[in-house]
Design a protein around this ligand. Structure first.
Ligand code: FPP
Length: 253
């Protein structure tokens, strides 16, 4: 059910109050799309859009943390993004590495645990080392878990999980009929986290783009035409307020 027209007109403070007055999602996932278009519209190189996108990511992490949401998953680089021009790919790698390094003090101060999810192959050694360092430093943090999907593909994730289960069967540690939904869930990169309650996609595209394919079976979707660099707390609160008005039936009546 869409927000009442009155809600759309609400200012940021009122929306925040509304969001705080009801149960928030436990796990929020975001496809941060539209950086390239944002830059192109301004006659800037695409990479300028990514730099601006990092600022939106920082703002959203802070706002989500302040709402007491336990899990946030951001889609930073997909396994398909390697097909972009080499210069854009290497800039995205550098940007990610630099960003997580710069954010480490704030992640610690906020007690946020960073988990980068995705495949390591193809990721430059220095970037991998930087990621491992921040994951190691934040591993003991007990507040919000921030999953950063990087060199991530939903099908890759399922392939990796099934391979691991097949190995266990081959080793005689697991019987095929012991494989159930719970075991598959706990074999994914997001093991231990609840499935996302809400998935936000910016820039208006109506697709899933190989993101969290298993986990989003019953996730509520919210798509906004706003481009990621323009996405701010007001948009976030609108998405959550609309989610809070939805009637989740999980296939029931
Ligand atoms: C989509 O824009 C965004 C990405 C490819 C992911 C990169 C995201 C960021 C740099 C922001 C967050 C970064 C961190 C480190 C959390 P697009 O290039 O696909 O846009 P387009 O569809 O308009 O071309």
């Amino acid at each position: 059910m869409p927000l009442k027209p009155g809600h759309v007109a609400l200012g940021e403070t009122e929306l925040l109050e509304l969001v705080r007055s009801q149960p928030r999602p436990q796990h929020l996932a975001v496809i941060m799309d539209g950086n390239g278009r944002w830059a192109t519209q301004r006659g800037l190189p695409r990479v300028a859009g990514h730099s601006e996108g990092v600022k939106s990511a920082r703002t959203v992490v802070r706002a989500v943390d302040a709402l007491g949401i336990r899990y946030l998953t951001l889609y930073a680089f997909s396994s398909e993004n390697w097909s972009r021009p080499g210069e854009e790919v290497s800039m995205l790698m550098t940007l990610l590495e630099r960003s997580i390094h710069q954010e480490l003090p704030e992640l610690m101060a906020r007690n946020i645990r960073l988990q980068v999810i995705g495949r390591a192959d193809g990721v430059p050694h220095t970037v991998k080392r930087g990621i491992d360092h921040v994951m190691y430093e934040t591993a003991g943090n007990t507040g919000m878990t921030l999953f950063m999907a990087f060199n991530y593909g939903g099908r890759d994730e399922l392939v990796d999980a099934f391979r691991e289960l097949a190995r266990q069967v081959q080793a005689g540690k697991l019987r095929p009929d012991e494989i159930d939904e719970h075991l598959i869930s706990t074999s994914l990169y997001t093991a231990g986290a609840p499935d996302p309650d809400l998935l936000i996609r910016t820039s208006g595209e109506m697709r899933i783009s190989n993101f969290l394919l298993w986990q989003i079976a019953y996730t509520e979707l919210w798509v906004t035409p706003v481009l990621w660099p323009d996405f701010g707390p007001h948009d976030l609160y609108r998405a959550i307020a609309e989610y809070q008005r939805r009637d989740r039936r999980f296939g029931g009546v």
